[in-house]
Design a protein around this ligand. Structure first.
Ligand code: LMR
Length: 330
């Protein structure tokens, strides 16, 4: 009896499947992995990209977004991309030094006066050319995305460079950033983004540098009593994919995915501009952290101490490139 029923069910299932016709083609899946919260420029950009692709490509392509280092941290994501375990990511420009030394440009302290200068440089020939700087490694730079200018947060007030002496700061995996903190006679520690909150909370480190958006969304301000509005460096991203994956997409699909990404980046950049102001204000309103503004004299001291780092990396980056970036401030 039991066997006969099972047989009947199986036969029914089979005829239902035959009626449904040939199996539908599976969608191309784009896993987009990132490390920040969803309420950030990158988080919002990735979600917008997913929605635009769904709207425009229907069942052909499916974007799955994995925020908060859920899938990979930035130290692993590019390797995972080459292995085909993830198809897109947007690590900060500070995290590419294993692939190219050229992008170290963006970490030079006090290089760009504001985000307009960054935008101008990135849209220009040198900025565009830098998107190709990782192509020999099997990766394609699909575009830049902004976050904003970095601030210094700490367990003690930082007004002049001497205040940072002897303190431990978490940095991204960049030798330029290490040199920048060494110039302050501080100790830089390269640590993944996912560990920063705990390192600060347990006082294993004294401070870190990041944008208003990251300081707010990851609650660093709740465990850092002081934030100096230094605007000393840039945190921007490059959206990347692997050459193998990208070239394997049908041409029409690739064009539509790229258009959706470009539109999502425009949206993400607007979010970045809003959050640089809005998240700063939220931190001030929280009264958890004191925001320190520098006088022009104090700021000059930071510039003087940090700027020699440029010379140290000129050989690896190229003087022409540094000049081109600096000239975008004009
Ligand atoms: C960091 O590690 O501090 C940032 O790169 C995180 C991010 O992606 O904004």
């Amino acid at each position: 009896m039991f066997r006969r029923t099972t047989f009947a069910i199986a036969a029914l299932a089979l005829s239902a499947a035959m009626l449904a016709g040939p199996a539908l083609a599976k969608p191309v899946v784009i896993k987009f992995s990132h490390v920040v919260a969803e309420n950030t420029p990158k988080g919002q950009m990735a979600n917008k990209f997913r929605d635009l692709v769904k709207e425009r490509l229907g069942d052909k392509v499916e974007v799955e977004v994995y925020p908060n280092s859920q899938l990979f941290g930035d130290n692993k994501v590019l390797e995972a991309m080459m292995l085909g375990d993830v198809q897109m990511a947007a690590p900060s420009l500070s995290k590419f030094s294993r692939y190219t030394k050229k992008l170290q440009l963006y970490d030079l302290p006090f290089l760009f006066t504001n985000m307009d200068a960054v935008e101008k440089f990135q849209k220009g020939p040198e900025g565009q050319h830098l998107l190709e700087s990782i192509s020999s490694k099997g990766l394609i730079g699909l575009g830049y995305l902004h976050n904003g200018m970095k601030q210094l947060s700490s367990s003690k007030p930082l007004r002049v460079p001497a205040d940072a002496k002897g303190l431990k700061f978490r940095i991204m995996s960049s030798d330029v950033l290490a040199a920048q903190f060494k110039a302050l006679h501080a100790t830089p520690l390269k640590k993944p983004f996912s560990e920063v909150f705990t390192l600060l909370q347990t006082k294993a480190i004294d401070g870190q540098e990041n944008t208003w958006s990251n300081i707010y969304s990851k609650k660093f301000f709740e465990v850092q009593p002081y934030i100096t509005e230094s605007n000393h460096g840039l945190l921007d991203y490059m959206v990347v994919t692997s050459t193998e994956f990208w070239n394997g997409l049908p041409e029409d699909v690739r064009a539509e995915v790229k258009k959706s990404l470009d539109d999502a980046i425009v949206f993400g950049n607007k979010v970045a501009a809003e959050k640089a102001l809005g998240d700063k204000q939220k931190i001030i309103d929280s009264k958890r952290s004191e925001v320190i503004e520098l006088t022009p004299e104090q700021r000059n001291q930071w510039v003087e101490v940090m700027k020699p780092v440029w010379k140290e990396f000129e050989g690896q980056i190229g003087k022409d490139l540094i000049d081109a970036a600096y000239n975008s401030n004009k």
